[in-house]
Design a protein. Structure first.
Length: 144
């Protein structure tokens, strides 16, 4: 077989192999879907919204949340992360869920993919998060 015919045959074989491999490979979206974590379980609030719980939530909120979400919870804090717009926590629009358990999960896990809302798990306790949820409910009720 002449050398140019051999080169053409090798190139044709390589192209065919490439096409077969490309067709058999999973798409990028399929690979990304396989990596996604399942939705988090939405827990029930185990802490009754007593005055004591609301006061405890106010203390945690004042220490860790107020700088971004503001004194009134309206998203107008004095020191939000650059390029972010903290959520208004006292209006009727809750983008990431409005049940106690969904709010708990947002505080605990943050808001991916950019984590404009940080994850607080490991920095404050689960009970402290529930107290904040109870405080936010009280704060929203007072703002209406």
């Amino acid at each position: 077989m002449p050398s140019h015919t051999r080169v053409v045959a090798v190139l044709a074989a390589c192209c065919a192999a490439f096409v077969l491999l490309a067709a058999a490979a999973p798409s990028a979206s399929t690979a990304a879907e396989a990596v996604q974590e399942p939705a988090a379980e939405v827990p029930e609030n185990p802490i009754e919204a007593t005055e004591e719980s609301v006061r405890a939530g106010l203390r945690v909120y004042g220490r860790f949340c107020r700088s971004c979400h503001g004194v009134r919870g309206d998203g107008r804090g004095q020191n939000p992360s650059p390029g972010t717009r903290p959520a208004n926590l006292v209006d009727d629009e809750w983008v990431h869920g409005d049940s106690d358990g969904e709010i708990y999960n947002v505080i605990r896990q943050g808001v991916p993919p950019n984590y404009d809302m940080d994850a607080w798990e490991g920095r404050i306790t689960g009970d402290e998060i529930w107290h904040v949820v109870n405080f936010l409910r009280e704060l929203a009720a007072r703002s209406r």
